[in-house]
Design a protein. Structure first.
Length: 185
């Protein structure tokens, strides 16, 4: 890559370890956050020149230029994939049916007895959920498949598992002594 002599003289005085730190920091970020970081470091260390940021830090100059434009205008650019593609989740497409499903699943739900997770276990099956949606008047074209129904319930914080029942404690010598005392009376 040929650079004009003036650009070589104004090259930042960053050590290789500092450059490695900047690359590492940028690699942990994605999207607008990464572009904002790269733009900020370009302004600070490279005089706001994307070409110099590419030569010094190894970042793509188009990405840095986009980050600088976002910094200048204050608007974040969305890529075509983020803005226009992707299918909405079932809950977003059918909010009334999702609310009915949540109410139906919430009734028999039980908190995990160990309190290790925020998920609650429910005895609701996909078939029972379908019947509940049908009873509430939701049309069949709004119903998800059984596997999607399980995913929706998991996203809502429910786990389709058998409810764990409390197990009785094992017999101990103290309980035997108590029962022996009761039998004597």
């Amino acid at each position: 890559m040929c650079m004009p002599p003036a650009t070589l003289q104004s090259r930042p005085s960053l050590s290789p370890s500092q450059i490695a730190d900047l690359r590492l920091a940028a690699s942990t970020m994605t999207g607008p956050q990464r572009r904002a970081f790269e733009a900020e470091m370009t302004v600070k260390y490279c005089g706001g020149t994307p070409l110099m940021a590419e030569a010094v830090c190894g970042w793509g100059r188009q990405t840095v230029a986009l980050g600088l434009a976002e910094r200048r205008t204050g608007r974040i650019c969305l890529g075509a994939q983020a803005a226009c593609s992707g299918r909405k989740r079932w809950e977003e497409q059918h909010p009334q049916a999702a609310q009915a499903l949540r109410q139906r699943a919430d009734a028999p739900a039980q908190q995990d007895p160990t309190f290790r997770t925020r998920l609650t276990s429910t005895r609701l099956t996909a078939q029972a959920a379908f019947k509940a949606l049908e009873a509430q008047g939701e049309s069949e074209d709004q119903w998800p498949s059984p596997s999607t129904m399980a995913e929706v319930l998991n996203r809502m914080g429910f786990r389709l598992r058998k409810v764990v029942k409390a197990k009785p404690q094992k017999k101990s010598q103290e309980t035997d002594a108590i029962f022996d005392h009761i039998k004597k009376r």
